[in-house]
Write a protein that binds this ligand. Sequence first.
Ligand code: FMN
Length: 207
Amino acid sequence: MKLLEIQSSVRQERSISRTLASKFIYQWQSFHPDAQHQLRDVGEHPPALITADWVAANLTSETGQTEATKALLSESETLITELFESDRIVLGVPMYNFGIPANLKAYFDNSIRVGRTVQYNRDTATFNGLLTEKKALIISSRAGSYAPETPAGAMDFCVPYLQFILNFLGIQDVEYVEVPYQGMGGEMQQQATDAAIARLMELAKTW
Ligand SMILES: Cc1cc2nc3c(=O)[nH]c(=O)nc-3n(C[C@H](O)[C@H](O)[C@H](O)COP(=O)(O)O)c2cc1C
């Protein structure tokens, strides 16, 4: 069993998404003592933005690959290998301007490749995600609350996007824990944090 932790907050200090993901993983590991844990810190080390040369390399057939095109795709290959090798994926994701952090978008641009992580069926014009048999957990911190069942849920372009993109990659089992009111201080922030931690501790038992 291998757990991949993907962190995307640009903060190391005082990051709620990092802190809560660590608490969850610590608890989860107590039920899976033999599990391996790997950190992919895109907040600290953002993957390179894709370029025209990268797109051309990605469209080059396997037989046409050169040392240069392979070099362009090597970071993407590393990220994709990590994904295939993982059984559980924990994503720490702060909401930035109603969406996901740009660093995490760069990560997905590098990881979503036809023929590598998704397959395209010409007959049905549909995509088929290849990252099957995996579970993902999104832990998303934010200053407001965007619970799906509330009107503010319509302003959340972060978690619905993530849920879609993980499904697109083939990961159907996606859990989500919202950590609202972060940075607002006071009782409301504390209660929201405590509730998110309680939910995560419960989830760790069965995930
Ligand atoms: C650049 C930036 C943009 C943000 N945009 C939003 C936003 O659109 N909505 C929101 O509720 N909070 C927003 N926040 C607040 C963060 O989501 C919140 O502080 C969260 O706790 C950050 O995650 P972290 O504690 O793991 O770093 C933003 C924060 C930053 C730094």
